[in-house]
Design a protein around this ligand. Structure first.
Ligand code: GTP
Ligand code: SPV
Ligand code: MN
Length: 589
């Protein structure tokens, strides 16, 4: 039995053939062809509520919002279950899990056989990127999860708009997803770049199953980008507008749960009257050299799948407004009045709540009320600071690229690379503490090159080389910077206030790009002096600044040895430019 909601016809023969193949394999009770309409959303939302997948929240406080509780064993990306399936192991490189495409396909098809009996198979056509953008891409995701359908319609342009862009073409990403029985032992997220196919089984969590996001936009995207001369990056995109109306576009790569959404939505401190920051994207950037030799960027997504803990009216007021309606909350705590709560939402904690696993919770409880990786899914159109450029198929010209990690020691607040090659080295050797966004122990410093360690769909050495090659097509390359909001003092307290105050760093970066900002040359790059920062409205003592930017030779020595671990792993495909950069850094140190 088939359900077609609106009037959208699935006439593309390649799509029909693809769906029939998996209908025969998965044997669903019915097939639901999604058109992306509001009627369809209402119908599916009612169905999800009836099945207990979503809980409606207080309609007075949070209109159109719902809570979802995931399986407690399925709360984050699982890097150990994520595979790149290329004919040769070396094409995936030593930083990815690899599997033989034929063997993995056989194993997955066996798991999928009969997996949807008595259930509905949803067919989701979606478009990544504004319609008409040169890099815009169509995907068809088959899934047996209503939660996936309802999230996908927030995160991507779904339904008729995607089918229109596709026309009769065979050029679409084929995505197959089944939750199966949500058993971690049968959890595989597999990418087949040669056939532009993704198969994900055994999970219902965001990055594992919203296949347009990390799987297509980054892993397959980076693979396509290398072939076609563009970059698919784990980056936010924002616009800084001066009181005079001068606009500067900036992209920034911070690892998962290290501050992209917050930086992309920041509000400048009150003293910077007339300055504005607007959001183009909060997680993914597709960037290409344009005919004028500038790097242009689009955000392929339409929503924010953001970290809830730590989000509040002081840290991120734009996010709080964005998630006040039409939002799906996953694994947050529920209050008796149908409101939601998480650690760091506001103080004091509620007297009682239901925790993310559905158990009674009070402030005396030892465990957290919300999962540390609890998330909101909200449409970007809710964002009061959404940039009009977010829908522009021509994208925006990028003036600066910022890399940043979560580092309690060693790394200063901000420094600028001497040039593009040095900037690529800084991005390639970046380190950051692990977070709750991926399964595993949080708080361990690891190398996370360009925040792409879990997302690069091919050999990291080739990826660095691709970055160096892109430079050749740029006559006006973006300046490259490194930031760290997370340095701590000896008592473990953050030295930098962060959030909106990060605007001071942003303004220094804009001024550097515009040839106005001052800096001194250091061993690691160009750094601002205390006097060269715009401190209006903030008294930030000189001693604290010195601690924040302290250069510790012993720490840098350890840093270099850490970097070597990665560089050695990649040695047979490591561009020689990066080896020279390492030597230059050592001689400066
Ligand atoms: P992904 O969605 O996983 O890619 O994460 P993200 O990079 O978008 O990170 P996000 O902005 O959601 O921030 C993650 C966590 O870091 C949240 O708990 C934030 O409150 C916290 N955070 C963000 N910016 C800052 C900052 O400037 N200083 C401090 N101390 N914490 C921050
Ligand atoms: C990340 O982990 O970087 C995220 C969340 O943005 S997920 O979509 O799960 O990848
Ligand atoms: Mn991310």
């Amino acid at each position: 039995m088939d359900t077609h909601f609106g009037s959208v016809a699935f006439t593309n023969a390649h799509v029909v053939r693809f769906v029939e193949k998996y209908r025969a394999m998965c044997e669903p009770g019915s097939v639901f062809w999604c058109d992306g309409s509001d009627d369809e959303k209402d119908h599916l939302t009612r169905e999800a509520v009836a099945q207990g997948i979503l809980t409606p929240l207080n309609p007075g406080k949070l209109p159109g919002c719902h809570l979802h509780r995931s399986n407690p064993s399925d709360v984050a990306r699982v890097e150990q279950c994520t595979f790149i399936c290329t004919p040769g192991r070396e094409d995936a490189g030593p930083t990815n899990n690899w599997a033989d495409p034929r063997e993995m396909t056989a194993k997955l098809h066996e798991l999928l056989a009969g997996s949807m009996r008595g259930r509905t198979m949803y067919v989701i056509p979606y478009l990544m990127g504004p319609p008409g953008a040169p890099l815009a891409k169509v995907g068809i995701e088959i899934t047996d999860s209503i939660y996936v359908v309802l999230n996908m319609r927030i995160m991507a342009r779904m339904g008729a708009i995607a089918l229109k862009q596709l026309g009769d073409s065979d050029d679409f990403n084929r995505g197959i997803h089944s939750v199966l029985d949500c058993n971690p032992d049968r959890r595989f997220i597999c990418h087949f770049p040669q056939t532009n196919t993704i198969i994900s089984v055994g999970s219902g969590y965001g990055g594992n199953v919203l296949l347009g996001k990390k799987c297509l936009a980054l892993r397959i995207g980076s693979w396509l980008g290398r072939q076609q001369g563009w970059l698919a990056e784990h980056m936010l995109i924002l616009c800084v507008e001066s009181p005079e109306g001068e606009k500067t576009y900036i992209a920034a790569a911070f690892p998962s749960a290290c501050g992209k959404t917050n930086f992309a939505m920041m509000i400048p401190p009150a003293a910077f009257a007339g300055w504005k920051v607007t959001t183009i994207g909060d997680d993914i950037a597709w960037m290409w050299p344009d005919a004028d030799g500038r790097l242009r960027a689009i955000n392929p997504e339409t929503g924010y799948f953001g970290v809830a803990p730590g989000t509040n009216l002081a840290t991120n007021p734009n996010a709080m407004r964005t998630i006040a309606r039409d939002t799906i909350y996953t694994n947050v705590a529920l209050l008796p009045d149908g409101d939601v709560w998480w650690e760091g939402k506001d103080s004091p904690p509620p007297a009682q709540a239901t925790d993310w696993m559905g158990r009674p919770w009070t402030p005396a409880s030892r465990e957290k009320a919300a999962h540390p990786n609890s998330r909101f899914t909200a449409p970007m159109s809710n964002n009061p600071a959404l940039a009009s450029e977010a829908e522009d198929p021509a994208g925006v010209p990028i003036s600066a690229i910022i890399f940043g990690g979560r580092r309690a020691t060693t790394m200063p607040l901000v420094f600028q690379a001497f040039n593009w090659t040095h900037g690529v080295y800084i991005g390639a050797t970046m380190g950051s503490e692990t977070t709750a966004a991926a399964a595993g122990t949080p708080g361990q410093v690891r190398r996370d090159p360009m925040a792409m360690l879990p997302f690069c769909g091919y050999h990291m050495g080739d990826y660095f080389n691709h970055w160096l090659q892109v430079r050749r097509k740029l006559t006006d390359p973006p300046r490259i910077f490194h930031v760290n909001w997370f340095r701590k003092d000896d008592a473990g307290v953050y030295l930098w206030p962060g959030f909106g105050e990060n605007f001071r760093v942003l303004k220094w970066i804009v001024d550097r790009c515009r040839g106005r900002g001052k800096a001194r040359e250091t061993q690691v790059g160009w750094m601002p002096r205390h006097a060269e920062f715009d401190w209006r409205g903030l008294d930030f003592p000189r001693e604290k600044w010195d601690a924040l930017n302290k250069f510790d030779p012993a720490e840098w020595q350890r840093e270099l040895l850490w970097q070597d671990e990665l560089l050695l792993k990649l040695h047979d495909r490591l561009p020689k430019e990066l080896i020279f950069q390492r030597e230059l850094l050592i001689s400066r140190l």
